[in-house]
Write a protein that binds this ligand. Structure first.
Ligand code: 2RA
Length: 353
């Protein structure tokens, strides 16, 4: 009988991908897996590794005997329940934003700072935001070799980053504009959505996403920044262990269902060539290099979705900036960006026992 794993939020967008990941592993270390969700979803039956499990309602007792409890739930649910799981003896691995910047909670990407899982005074380990996480395997590998000093990032974030409601909204908007010749201007998208009964106020996005890009993700913070942009800054610093890393990010939502992309401008302490960067990426098992633009080969969300690795391409030495690389990264925001990294942390916790 191996350790007991609990998955809280088993029926949500990330939780469902988590179940796929657990089902797809060749082997798992767990003696028992418990699926947990809100009372509304309790009683649902989900097959995990050939066994039909019944989803249990979230309550303190469900954590009794649990070794690792993974949380894929909104911030306020994690804030309340991860400490309860920890108090009942579980290590909580939390994918919300509730604990990421807590100095007593490690923020872990196993390829970059796996050892940090051991130092968890609150019994909680945080999983980074999917936007930061999507570039971390690639950046961490470069940082080890060349010393990262500055980071300028633009994100191209998928609708599923906003959860199931984001996915549903994008499909509904696409249906509202599909099959129509909207002319060279692409038509009045707001009018087309309104005619289909899709009010802007009902959308998780602040502007139409179909046939559009939206330079906003997250909530409003001081001085014009979005929460998402500050997460890229703060979380990159914490994961890489560079508290004074200079970071500037612009986060943008694009009409892609799943897979976040980032355009990265990274300045290093030491000189770095494209060939050296290619060699570093090739040596990092969780990074796949797709970089032959003359043959039309570069990562795109449509090609990498559903995969576990981070895909990197368009690697260039910046012409006007010394020691600087520009490159493009794509990563499935629901897999490595959320469920997979959380699961890898959970396995790391039991492996380190
Ligand atoms: C988003 N990164 O894409 C967020 C989700 N955590 O909206």
């Amino acid at each position: 009988t191996g350790p007991v794993l609990a998955l809280v939020g088993a029926t949500g967008a990330v939780g469902s991908v988590m179940v796929d990941i657990i089902n797809g592993r060749p082997e798992v270390p767990w003696g028992e897996i418990r699926l947990i969700a809100s009372a509304r979803s309790a009683g649902k039956r989900i097959t995990v590794r050939g066994q039909e499990l019944t989803v249990q309602a979230l309550a303190p007792e469900v954590f009794d005997g649990v070794d690792v409890a993974m949380f894929d739930v909104p911030d306020e649910v994690s804030a309340q329940w991860a400490p309860i799981a920890a108090a009942r003896g579980a290590v909580a691995v939390d994918n919300s934003g509730a604990f990421r910047m807590d100095p007593d909670v490690p923020l872990v990407v196993p390829e970059v700072n796996a050892d940090a899982v051991a130092d968890r005074p609150r019994g909680i380990i945080a999983n980074p935001n999917c936007t930061t996480l999507s570039m971390m395997a690639a950046l961490g590998a470069l940082h080890r070799e060349f010393g990262l000093r500055e980071l300028v990032v633009a994100s191209y974030q998928a609708a599923s980053g906003a959860g199931q409601s984001g996915i549903d909204r994008l499909y509904a908007e696409l249906a509202a504009v599909a099959g129509k010749d909207l002319g060279v201007r692409g038509g009045d998208v707001r009018e087309a959505l309104a005619a289909a009964g899709l009010g802007q106020a009902d959308s998780p996005f602040p502007a139409p996403l179909a046939l559009n890009v939206v330079p906003w993700a997250g909530s409003v913070k001081d001085d014009g920044w979005s929460s998402e942009e500050l997460k890229v800054r703060n979380e990159s610093r914490k994961i890489l262990g560079i508290p004074d890393l200079k970071v500037s990010a612009t986060c943008v939502r694009v009409p892609v269902v799943t897979t976040h992309s980032l355009s990265v401008h990274a300045v290093f302490d030491r000189e770095v060539t494209v060939a050296q960067a290619h060699a570093v990426f090739a040596a990092q098992p969780s990074v796949v290099l797709v970089d032959d633009p003359a043959q039309g080969r570069f990562p795109t969300p449509a090609d990498v979705v559903g995969g576990d690795p981070t895909y990197v391409g368009r690697v260039r030495q910046a012409l006007d900036f010394p020691n600087t690389l520009d490159f493009f990264v794509c990563g499935d925001n629901l897999r490595k960006g959320a469920a997979l990294n959380t699961y890898e942390i959970a396995e790391q916790v039991v492996a380190a026992r």
